[in-house]
Ligand binder design. Sequence first.
Ligand code: NAD
Ligand code: KPL
Length: 307
Amino acid sequence: MDWHILGAGSLGCLWAARLAAQKNNVQLILRDSAAITRYQQTPGIGLTDAQQHSRYYPIPAQLASDSQPIQCLLLACKAYDAQAAISQVAARLSGNSIVILLQNGLGSQQAIQQMLPEVRCIAASSTEGAYQQQPFHSVFAGAGHTFLGDLQPQLHSPPDQFIAQCSAAQINLSWSADINEYLWRKLAINCAINPMTAVHNCRNGELTQHAEQVNRLCAELQLLLERAGQSAAAQNLTQQVWAVIEKTAANSSSMRQDLLNQRRSEISYITGFACAQSNALECSTPTLHALHAQLQQTLLAAGLPAH
Ligand code: NAD
Ligand code: KPL
């Protein structure tokens, strides 16, 4: 199977390096010719592993406008860039292609499946962590697990070759017949933790000082998940949120990190998506709506987009 990876950021480089290490045929799709020139001045995609060993993989790079058909595309950009990025390569995809969507939150995956009704779109929910030390070089920052599953599961059986190649590349994953359950549960956990840490400017563990608000949010999110037909994802949500807070107590959430580093957040795909669903389903979630508005104010005050 031939791989194309669009988005040579933290996760894109992590996946690219691991697949290339197993001699898979991998191509990067970079934004423009200036990015290709910058990439050509490096020793290739760099990956520093958990033992602090760095290795470099001279993976070839091309532009979205290249004419080569795409068999397996890993879309590794932020949720707010996903639709624009996929439209640049849509003409290279066919009914035989698969597209893996690594975006956090919800909304972008469904929008892409709607844009590409004939293409097999597989969504990922991942707890792996990576960051970029410098352009085209990722540092593996936390072992985790990735659940993958079809957005249209009724049409497909599990993609055995794809799963085998990922497993051989040491990508710790499980196939799910109902990826929506994982996506919704992670969305709810991210809605309860990430914006709270951003507006209160605290580490995850310090949310114990805002326990009443966290518990109210969890109760509302549980109601929303049930109303959205995601009862399995809603089960024991409060306990799950507190377990994640405890396990990641010393961490700064990805949303707080984005804010502190003056980077655009994925708010529209986290609390923005949850609030829109809550409105559509006429579900009462006042704490969630108030938190979303407070987060928007915090982002605007920092000079960042509030969407
Ligand atoms: P990132 O910002 O490090 O990388 C995204 C890359 O995509 C950037 O290099 C950007 O230039 C590139 N890009 C965007 N549009 C493009 C286009 N049209 N053409 C070519 N390149 C384009 O992001 P990331 O941290 O790798 O995260 C990707 C997604 O995975 C996000 O939704 C994030 O929330 C999720 N995620 C990240 C981690 C992590 O540890 N980094 C963990 C779990 C989930
Ligand atoms: O997923 C997370 C994030 O920071 O994005 C955790 C740490 C689990 C908090 O929601």
